[in-house]
Design a protein around this ligand. Structure first.
Ligand SMILES: [Fe+2]
Length: 187
């Protein structure tokens, strides 16, 4: 067989969109993110159906497969809850020692990181920024701009997502708009 085939999966490397078999899509609304933002009262007064972010993921192997890779794109809407920028839920990996790559495609934002000792730090995200997320490091992204923030990711297919730890204890730092300047603050 010397036939050269066309891969059925397409990736738009400026817009981020994925298309093809085994591409799944999900989204999160204001109503689904209770308890995540510092100003819960402000969140509870917003339209619960308002979308905060959506994710496409290409899962070529079953979730949990050893030594495979997954690929995805996240679109975060511009917006704030109180003074805190719209952001992803954030997670450690279920297999905590699995790393990940993120890279910026469109818009401006900040990647917020926290190790298992709750030491926090952050990196600017913009088109062309590349981010190596080390093992045992929780990660979340906030959109600090006026337009949609788009970034893609590649992670091990056995990494899994541990959202419970973040639900319970949150991140050690939050990102607020302070007079128009993205400002990282300790909790
Ligand atoms: Fe991850």
């Amino acid at each position: 067989m010397n036939t050269i085939s066309d891969n059925s999966i397409k990736f738009n490397n400026t817009e981020g969109a994925l298309a093809g078999d085994k591409v799944i899509e999900s989204h999160k609304t204001i109503g689904q993110l209770s308890g995540m933002f510092a100003d819960e009262e402000a969140r509870s007064k917003m339209d619960p159906s308002q979308q905060v972010y959506r994710v496409q993921a290409y899962l070529p192997v079953p979730d949990g497969t050893h030594a495979g890779l997954f690929f995805g794109t996240t679109w975060i809407k511009p917006g704030k809850v109180g003074d805190e920028y719209f952001m992803t839920h954030g997670h450690f990996h279920q297999l905590a020692d699995r790393g990940e790559y993120y890279w910026g495609l469109k818009g401006n934002g900040v990647l917020i990181l926290m190790d298992e000792q709750r030491n926090g730090r952050a990196e600017y995200m913009y088109p062309g920024s590349l981010h190596y997320i080390p093992a045992c490091t929780a990660h979340r992204v906030a959109n600090t701009g006026d337009e949609e923030l788009v970034f893609s990711a590649c992670w091990p297919s056995d990494a899994g997502h541990n959202y419970d730890e973040i639900k319970k204890n949150g991140f050690s730092k939050r990102l607020f708009d302070r007079k128009g300047v993205p400002t990282l603050e300790d909790i």
